[in-house]
Write a protein that binds this ligand. Structure first.
Ligand SMILES: [Zn+2]
Length: 210
């Protein structure tokens, strides 16, 4: 699922053309896995996972809608900010408002335990999204999430090679903090698992809070 875009607004988590990825040399880490040759403490999160650095210049150049900015996505996911406007996501007594692709039936109790890279939403942005993309209501489902856990990252997997340096693989995947693969991933997005989920009717939700 793509980030939820309002046609009249550039989502907070979208990257801009003025925010080019930093070209950093990746080397083997003394602890195993990968490191930057010129690494600084800010390059890793509190779990020791290496992050894909990228210039921070929101609004510079053109928005690149399909492209998520690692720094802003991480902040939004960490602090439960709206993926569209970057303000606090909506929360009521049943939890934080998430709109996810409808995969009901994928497993018993879905979406309990669902891992997602998409941050939650605030009500004004949910309202605009529904008004401007009515199909969203059919293809997605709104969920109130009582509890969620920032438990993993999504990113590019690197591998050891015969050339004295690690190499990028074609694989991008979700990697749990503390797993062996966490030393080999260059994180691009923070992942939350969703718990205590209650399905809600998005239109009713918007009416209730009007
Ligand atoms: Zn918003």
């Amino acid at each position: 699922m793509k980030a939820i875009a309002r046609p009249d607004v550039v989502p907070f988590i979208a990257a801009w053309s003025g925010e080019q990825p930093h070209r950093r040399t990746v080397v083997y880490s003394g602890q195993g896995g990968i490191a930057y040759a010129d690494e600084t403490p800010e390059d890793r999160d509190q779990h020791g996972v290496l992050w894909n650095g990228r210039a921070l210049a929101q609004g510079a150049g053109r928005p690149t809608y399909g492209d998520v900015h690692p720094g802003r996505q991480r902040v939004a996911m960490q602090h439960l900010l709206c993926q569209v406007c970057g303000r606090a996501a909506d929360r009521d007594d049943r939890g934080v408002l998430w709109v996810v692709e409808d995969h009901r039936g994928e497993w018993d109790g879905w979406p309990e335990g669902l891992m997602t890279t998409h941050p939650p939403l605030c009500l004004p942005c949910a309202r605009k999204a529904v008004e401007q993309c009515p199909h969203l209501v059919d293809s997605s489902i709104a969920v109130r999430v009582a509890d969620s856990d920032a438990c993993a990252v999504y990113g590019r997997i690197w591998s050891s090679s015969a050339f004295g340096r690690p190499v990028r693989t074609a694989v991008k995947e979700v990697v749990a903090f503390g797993s062996p693969a966490a030393r080999w991933v260059l994180a691009g997005q923070l992942v939350r698992s969703l718990h205590g989920c209650t399905f809600v009717d998005l239109r009713r939700e918007l009416a209730r809070h009007r």
